[in-house]
Write a protein that binds this ligand. Structure first.
Ligand SMILES: [Zn+2]
Length: 77
C-alpha cells in the first residue's frame, strides 16, 4: 500500500453533463420536455410506445362520459 500518492482517478467526471439530443428529431432536449425537445416529440415517442406491446397496468379509464349506453340506470325498484 504505497501507490496512493499520485494515482490519477481512472475516470474523470465530465465538467458539464449536456442533455441528450432528442430521440425523435435529434435537436437538443429541453429540460421541460426531456428527454425530448418538445411536447410534440414526446407525444410521438408516446405513440410509438402505445403502438408497441406496451400495456398500461391497472383498470382502463373510460374517457367517454357522454357515452350513449355506458351506464343505463334503469333500476325498476
Ligand atoms: Zn424533438
Amino acid at each position: 500500500m504505497a501507490d496512493n500518492e499520485n494515482t490519477p482517478p481512472a475516470i474523470q467526471p465530465p465538467p458539464a453533463k449536456p442533455l441528450k439530443p432528442c430521440a425523435i428529431c435529434g435537436k437538443p432536449a429541453q429540460p421541460r420536455y426531456k428527454p425530448f425537445c418538445s411536447a410534440r416529440c414526446a407525444d410521438i415517442d408516446l405513440g410509438r410506445w402505445l403502438k408497441g406491446s406496451y400495456v398500461i397496468p391497472g383498470a382502463p379509464l373510460e374517457l367517454d362520459e357522454n357515452g350513449p349506453s355506458s351506464r343505463e340506470r334503469d333500476d325498476d325498484a
